[in-house]
Design a protein around this ligand. Structure first.
Ligand SMILES: Nc1ncnc2c1ncn2[C@@H]1O[C@H](COP(=O)(O)OP(=O)(O)OP(=O)(O)O)[C@@H](O)[C@H]1O
Length: 260
């Protein structure tokens, strides 16, 4: 990668107030192409708000958001999606009454500018079908091709949802707590799957589970009271005294005690 390549995602002095309360208080973050970043922090720190600002659900009060060097703050979520950023909303991205294959094909076609109402005419669209087939293999659901999403297991639904999220070819992927609700063994398998399917893409996750964070992330952004107090590799974040004091010491202690 050339050193002057733009960041995949950049936040510049980003701020968001609800009423008189400033929730995001001057966040700067530069994520390089291909990095996997976990956003962690205590409850109410502003992690979801940050995701909402990046994906266009909320406009910032001030500051800038850049995707691949282009300003996206103030744009609608669908415009940001077409510019190359895709966000999972847990399992709400998938259509329960469509099959695995049809869900993936919808995701592919959305990026190609088709409307869902054309679904029944699509069997001739070879490119979309081929891409959907490839995605199905990537998320290891090729044996469930014709199973309706509603009939998949929870972990399979989450895998499908990630397939739909990447179907449009976005190079920046946002995942909200991708392993929430999974067992330990499912979580371990799922981290592996996420790594595989997002290879070469930039990934941001909001995550509470320290096992997932340290298993998945190249870098960790620690958000406390609306500010990023550390943005570094897992080892450096773990050793950071300010992070220990503000958050991670208690989070790791909780995890060791059996919580998240
Ligand atoms: N739409 C909104 N209107 C008013 N306040 C909001 C809104 N959305 C979030 N907040 C407030 O902003 C603060 C940060 O919330 P946010 O959901 O971003 O935190 P979080 O770090 O994601 O928390 P958690 O880990 O519990 O999900 C909270 O005090 C919340 O009540």
């Amino acid at each position: 990668m050339a050193t002057n390549a733009p960041c995949a995602l950049e936040l510049r002095d980003l701020r968001k107030s609800f009423g008189k309360t400033e929730i995001i208080r001057g966040v700067n973050l530069a994520v390089k192409p291909g990095e996997r970043v976990a956003i962690i922090g205590p409850n109410g720190a502003g992690k979801s708000t940050l995701f909402n600002l990046i994906s266009g659900r909320f406009g910032p009060t001030s500051g800038e958001v850049l995707l691949n060097g282009q300003r996206i703050d103030g744009k609608a979520p669908y415009e940001i999606n077409r510019m190359g950023l895709s966000r999972s909303f847990q399992i709400t991205n998938i259509f329960p009454k469509l099959s695995v294959f049809e869900n993936l094909r919808c995701g592919v076609l959305w990026s190609m500018g088709y409307k869902y109402t054309f679904l029944r005419f699509l069997s001739k669209l070879d490119d979309a079908n081929e891409r959907a087939r490839q995605l199905m293999e990537m998320i290891k659901l090729d044996k469930k091709r014709d199973t309706l999403a509603v009939n998949l297991t929870y972990a399979e639904q989450r895998a499908l949802e990630i397939g739909v999220t990447i179907a449009g070819g976005a190079n920046v992927i946002l995942l909200d707590e991708p392993t929430a609700g999974m067992s330990r063994s499912e979580t371990t398998r799922f981290i592996h799957l996420i790594k595989e399917v997002t290879e070469g893409r930039t990934l941001l996750t909001v995550e509470h589970d320290m096992g997932v964070v340290f298993g998945l992330a190249d870098k960790i952004a620690v958000v406390v009271y609306g500010e990023v107090i550390a943005f570094d590799t897992p080892d450096k974040v773990r050793a950071n005294a300010r992070v220990q004091e503000a958050y991670l010491g208690s989070a790791v202690a909780d995890a060791q005690a059996g919580g998240h």
